[in-house]
Design a protein around this ligand. Sequence first.
Ligand SMILES: *[C@@H]1O[C@H](CO)[C@@H](O)[C@H](O)[C@H]1NC(C)=O
Length: 423
Amino acid sequence: MKAGYSKMFYFMVGLILAVVAFTYLPVIFGISSTVKVVNLNVYSEKLREMLKQYPKKTIEIDKESDKGITFRIHNNNSHVQTVNVEKNPTKGGSSDNTKNTRSKTPKPTVKKEKDFDEEKKVLPTDKPVTPAPTPKKNNVLPDCSDKGSKLVGPLFIDQSIPKDMEAVEKDLSVDFGGTVEKGGKWAPTTCKPKHKVAIIIPYRKRVVQLKSFLKHMHPFLQKQLLDYRIFIIEQLYKDPFNRAGLFNIGFVEALKLDKEFDCFVFTDVDLLPEDDRNFYNCPTSPRHMSVAIDKFHYQLPYATIFGGCGSFLRDDFEKINGFSNLFFGWGGEDDDLYKRVRSYDMEITRPSKQIGRYTMLKDGHHQSSKADPNIISLLQTSEQRMVVDGLNSLKYDVKSVIEAPLVTVVRVELSRSMYNLDV
Ligand SMILES: *[C@@H]1O[C@H](CO)[C@@H](O)[C@H](O)[C@H]1NC(C)=O
């Protein structure tokens, strides 16, 4: 009886192993029955040309009928774009009919590198800038943009972790003889800055990075002679992190504290700019600033990326109704923002790869949220949603607003249930 039992046992184990191997081996070796090999020869020349613009991306057939074909183009792991194309047309004319407006041959709305020379002209780093002429009336200050002489270009990034927040405060806060005022504010006294800038950071349990960020950014922003204030918007409790929603909240709360803000920089807390000619004051709007991040080998991961760090004039941000509020979890919210901007025909500009360089802090990283499972469907409705999902539908509860020595901390509750998204 005992022997019979163990035979049965081995048989079951074997069976289970076989099932597991059968299910997972194809996945391990990258063979999946759902991915078909694309035979492009059946399709028109025009289509083949069109698909060439997605060189490094995985192109996969989604649906195929005698009329045409739907491709899925994987931009990211989770970002899938669908493109509909008619099969070889018998008549000439528009063969590659892309039903999906998204996937019409995308016109590049991102200005490439063009502004590099402009920036160079404005800020020659080799020669000292001649001081702006002092105006006759003594009470009128000169424009700060004429006073960039302290800028040096590439910076040293100190990645050592400050001992504690107090150590950073001791270096920078007015309480200890520094320059930064309570709430994380500063403004130049010798010239008049063009904008009043709110730096908005979405935040949750990243104190190690926050210390490095504040230590690096205050001197950086002051060298640029900006009138600025740094805000962290902290999402309390357990819901998945909603980066975009927190940016919207930062925009609204900053304006509640000071109506004069007219330029907003939206940045992650782990991004430290490596070149002080990368201006944090809306020289153009909208602007994508984190062009070349060390983590991505100082290359732009894809042409339409708008993640990391970017800036908007107040009016432009209001025009596109801010970010979507519905992206709970990692990724996609910046792609959605890009579509908003593009649907208004706004032109995004970027600094050059030399100036838009960033170090991404490695310490203190933790996997805070998984990818939002709704990304794909959300990204298919970006344009339709933008008028009803954003600043005009923002919901949250402020739990506290604290003016810390180096930063204003807004702590909020922001949860999926506020938007009737099932948990
Ligand atoms: C794709 O990856 C980029 C870079 O990490 C990220 O900013 C973006 O949100 C991602 N998009 C999606 C749809 O996951």
